[in-house]
Write a protein that binds this ligand. Structure first.
Ligand code: C5P
Length: 236
């Protein structure tokens, strides 16, 4: 028996016969600005599933723990069940998006160092930015969990910067979520890593290969994701 456990903006999660395993289905929906902008793109779910699967395989080869088990169809994956830590972790290498706005910096400025930001996952509050002290004081996470999350986020950044560099792509910034495995409480990377959750620019032209093409009406989303996938597939 498979039951719908959760439906998000871009994915559905279902139970499986094994309580430690869930089935994820990637939808064709795209949303931006906290759901204020919406569209459906036939083929998007398939593209994100393929891109995310490639990324999770590369992370696994580099011994980074993730919830990913396997891709089981064009739009579906099996993943390990976790309790999500309610923090969105944003990692930034180049100035873009909300960082450019908040600090009045030019998009495209190389930061010269990596910035890790934490946001409290709350639709009601609009995912406010928090620091370590907020997370500890409100018991969102322990000191050990925050340290482990930061360590894993920085390792993911190194591995993915190298992967995308091979495809001639800059990893500008991205969002990660972490969960505690239902089986043993270990912290693993959960959720997706896809062009919905990353900013990816062509190294030479700075052409955008991510959801900003939809947010900012720059180009066709499926065509852009298809281009990204074929460039990633060309990397061994
Ligand atoms: O909007 P902002 O510049 O803070 O986004 C930073 C990065 O995090 C972008 O790659 C964006 O796609 C991702 N992000 C996300 N989900 C959110 C917020 C940001 O995937 N809720």
């Amino acid at each position: 028996m498979s039951q719908l456990l959760y439906e998000g903006k871009a994915k559905k999660m279902f139970t499986t016969d094994d309580p430690d395993v869930l089935r994820v289905e990637y939808k064709n929906d795209a949303t931006a600005f906290n759901g204020k902008k919406k569209a459906v793109f036939p083929g998007k779910g398939k593209l994100n599933n393929a891109i995310c699967t490639k990324i999770f395989h590369v992370l696994k080869e580099n011994n980074l723990p993730t919830h990913f088990i396997e891709k089981i169809s064009e739009t579906e994956q099996l993943v390990k069940a976790v309790d999500i830590v309610p923090i969105e972790v944003v990692v930034r290498n180049i100035v873009a998006g909300s960082l450019a706005k908040r600090l009045g910096l030019d998009e495209g400025t190389d930061l010269g160092q990596t910035i890790v930001e934490f946001y409290y996952k709350s639709d009601e509050l609009g995912d406010p930015m928090i620091n370590d002290d907020h997370a500890l004081a409100t018991k969102i996470a322990t000191e050990e969990e925050l340290a482990e999350i930061r360590r894993q986020a920085l390792s993911v950044n190194e591995v993915l910067q190298a992967l995308f560099a091979e495809a001639g792509i800059l990893l500008v910034d991205f969002k990660l979520e972490f969960g505690k495995l239902k089986s043993n409480g270990g912290i693993v990377l959960a959720d997706e890593i896809s062009p919905d959750t990353c900013r990816l620019w062509d190294k030479e032209t700075h052409e955008k290969l991510d959801k900003d093409v939809f947010r900012r009406n720059i180009a066709d989303l499926p065509e852009t994701y298809e281009k990204l996938l074929s460039r990633l597939e060309a990397v061994k």
